[in-house]
Design a protein around this ligand. Structure first.
Ligand code: NAD
Ligand code: ZN
Ligand code: ZN
Length: 383
């Protein structure tokens, strides 16, 4: 079947909206008609090259080139066709994307760490998770890969059953899409990975689609102070609306205030969620945390970056810890429905997160707005 998709052909290029061909689902696969796709910064990293392995290096590593790739890993849609052997969803079910697949059986899934599922290993390269072959083809006949094996910037894609999670059909699909990456990742970074406790002082660095949900998570976990840092005034206003107690335009500006507010003890938790985590940002990021403090690294750094400015003496002597996280260290199959139930009860704010809606043809305008800092989150609503 034919459908329309936003495809990235090369680093530094715009998303190209074009017709692609999608093959029917094979064993363990489903066709999903995506209704809403969130514009997460991780797709922007493909465009800038921070997340795209250069072809030459890929060849040296013995892996196929990453591009061309259909973008989009934050999404919600409806199951349009089910392949043989699929048991967790049926035709017509509403589903959330799971950008980290969860097979349910590997060492990590079976020990409550679905965010580390082995099926996620080749998620940025190659073909289907199921058998490695391709289902999506450009007009030229060349295969197109899918971002995180989801590809929600296409109206329809064929994905592994492990990449979708059934959700209640009465929930707004816009909210489901947001939860599938940004909400879960930010919320989990503050709650599960940072383990924020009542009374804590938490600093969130970068208030985009991820950071705003770290703010919400910290507030719901009972933090006494939630200090949001972002150079954009509009983001700081949004942070105050959704649970921050203080805001600052930079980590430099936050430093004396955090010192004063905590009487020199500094933050218990620091969550790093800027658009790009350049290594030098870790200098102030780690300094904002006090003795025994935790620094959670959620934002993506350029893939080839190997240096970070961290005072290792202070890290050891102040007994601090720096932790990475993918998907906020949550379990997609349990936590996507859990977060949606918190939305249903009115505890988690989701409607407030969307600044603008775009058609697929307007996707480059959506990403320009991210670069300009004018969207908390933009979403593509497929026609
Ligand atoms: N670990 C994961 O599983 C995971 C999942 C999704 C996204 N991410 C990553 O999280 C990061 C944030 O994504 P997003 O979609 O929220 O991005 P975004 O572009 O919507 O938001 C980033 C925010 O950071 C702010 N910012 C930039 N530099 C800053 C600085 N030096 N200090 C303070 N604020 C700064 C920007 O003004 C912006 O508001 C990205 O790197 C993204 O790829 C990680
Ligand atoms: Zn994302
Ligand atoms: Zn698994």
């Amino acid at each position: 079947m034919q459908t329309r998709a936003a495809v990235l052909h090369g680093v530094g290029q715009d998303w190209s909206v074009e017709t692609i061909t999608v093959d029917p689902p094979k064993v363990g696969e489903v066709l999903v008609q995506w209704k809403v796709a969130g514009l997460c910064h991780s797709d922007e990293h493909l465009v800038t090259g921070d997340l795209s392995i250069p072809d030459q290096i890929a060849a040296q590593m013995g892996i196929p080139p990453m591009l061309p790739m259909v973008g989009g890993h934050e999404g919600a849609g409806v199951v349009a066709e089910v392949g043989p052997g699929v048991t967790s969803v049926q035709l017509g079910d509403h589903v959330s994307a799971s950008f980290v697949p969860s097979c349910g059986r590997c060492r990590y899934c079976s020990t409550g760490r679905q965010n580390l599922c082995d099926a996620g290993a080749g998620t940025l390269t190659g073909g289907m998770i199921t058998d490695g072959t391709h289902r999506h083809f450009l007009g030229t006949g060349d295969p197109a890969k899918l971002m995180a094996k989801v590809g929600s910037f296409s109206e329809i894609t064929c994905v592994a059953e492990a990449s979708v999670i059934k959700v209640d059909a009465d929930l707004p699909l816009e909210c489901v899409a947001l939860v599938s990456c940004g909400v879960a990742t930010g919320f989990g970074s503050a709650t599960t990975r940072a383990d924020t406790r009542p009374g804590d002082t938490v600093v969130v660095v970068g208030v985009g689609g991820i950071g705003i949900n770290a703010v919400q998570g910290a507030r719901l976990a009972g933090a006494k102070r939630v200090i949001a840092v972002d150079p954009v005034e509009f983001k700081r206003e949004k942070a105050m609306e959704l649970g921050a107690t203080h805001t600052f335009e930079s980590m430099e500006a936050a430093m004396p205030a955090v010192t004063e507010l905590t009487m020199g003890q500094m933050a218990d938790k620091v969550i790093m969620t800027p658009g790009v985590l350049h290594g030098e940002l870790m200098a102030l990021g780690t300094q904002l945390a006090g003795k025994g403090g935790t620094i959670v690294v959620t934002a993506l750094a350029p893939m080839m970056q190997t240096q970070a400015a961290v005072n290792l003496f202070e890290l050891a002597m102040w007994n601090k810890e720096i932790k990475g996280t993918i998907f906020g260290s949550l379990n997609p199959r349990h936590d996507i429905p859990r977060l949606l139930s918190m939305y249903r009860e009115g505890d988690l704010k989701l409607d407030e997160l969307i600044t603008r809606r775009y058609s697929l043809d307007q996707i480059n305008d959506g990403y320009q707005a991210m670069r300009d800092g004018t969207n908390l989150r933009g979403v593509v609503v497929h026609g």
